[in-house]
Ligand binder design. Structure first.
Ligand code: F6R
Length: 262
């Protein structure tokens, strides 16, 4: 696991955006796995700026989002479809037919979940999966206790997640109780995973994910089993890590080495 600790949330977002932009430049038809929530917003803003100012080209890129609430149509202001439209898709040259999110209003949700997995496979798999982390240690909506081998399916949200996400809905009662989510097994098949976490409220979940045992109680800890994971943190989110000095030393050495190689 590569742990990058940046001074603040803005620097962490810039590092995450640089990883994504570098992949898109290297592989113009890259398959990106995308996340919603508060954390990736500034990263998406930077990608939009790179598109506008440097012509970063998303014309051949495909995207698959991690999750969607059950029961919210794409037009609902709090749906993740709408979120992605407003935060990224409307502002870059991604082709609408190449951007997919799970369908939270399908008549047959299990069939829609299976079709989503098949679409990811048919696209050749995800090159880079962007992730956030819940305060309960979830990735996507794989809540504590979720199978670490799980595939795209419907999950119940925990009380903690409902509380955390109430800020987007105005009150807890309006937060859907169910979501369609990629499974941890689906996520671990991405060729690279990039988890972005900022803020002191994420520090305990980050510590458990990076330095705790691999456990279904903290589904982000399953990333320890993946050979290519980058954790991009700000100082606040890294605040509980026991080995932060080691990660900083290793990252500084890595940057010196790659600058010398250029
Ligand atoms: C969103 C998602 C979630 C969020 C997590 C953190 O698509 O899958 O796992 O990444 O809940 O959310 P924020 O960034 O709002 O703290």
């Amino acid at each position: 696991m590569r742990v990058i600790i940046e001074a603040d949330a803005a620097a962490a977002a810039a590092t995450a955006a640089d990883f994504i932009a570098a992949l898109v430049r290297r592989k113009p038809d890259a398959v990106l796995g995308l996340a919603t929530g508060g954390t990736p917003v500034s990263c998406y803003q930077l990608l939009i700026e790179m598109h506008r100012q440097e012509g970063l080209d998303f014309g051949q890129v495909r995207t698959f989002n991690l999750d969607e609430y059950v029961g919210l149509p794409a037009t609902h202001p709090q749906s993740y479809h709408r979120f992605m439209q407003e935060q990224l898709f409307d502002h870059v040259n991604l082709q609408p037919e190449r951007c997919q999110l799970p369908d939270g209003v399908a008549d047959d949700l299990p069939a829609a979940c299976a079709a989503y997995e098949a679409a990811i496979r048919e696209a050749g798999g995800i090159d880079l999966q962007l992730l956030g982390i819940g305060t309960d240690g979830h990735i996507a909506f794989n809540e504590p206790g979720s199978s670490l081998a799980g595939r795209t399916r419907v999950k119940h949200l925990t009380a903690e997640t409902i509380r955390d996400n109430a800020r987007f809905f105005g009150d807890e009662a309006s937060v859907p109780r169910l979501a369609v989510t990629m499974g941890v097994g689906t996520i671990l098949e991405a060729r690279c995973c990039l988890l972005l976490a900022t803020g002191a409220h994420k520090a305990e979940a980050v510590r458990a994910a990076v330095e705790g045992p691999v456990s279904a109680s903290i589904t982000a800890s399953a990333l320890q089993l993946h050979p290519d994971v980058v954790m991009v943190l700000d100082e606040a989110a890294a605040g509980e890590l026991q080995r932060s000095e080691y990660y900083k030393m290793a990252e500084a050495a890595e940057r010196t080495r790659s600058a010398a190689a250029e």
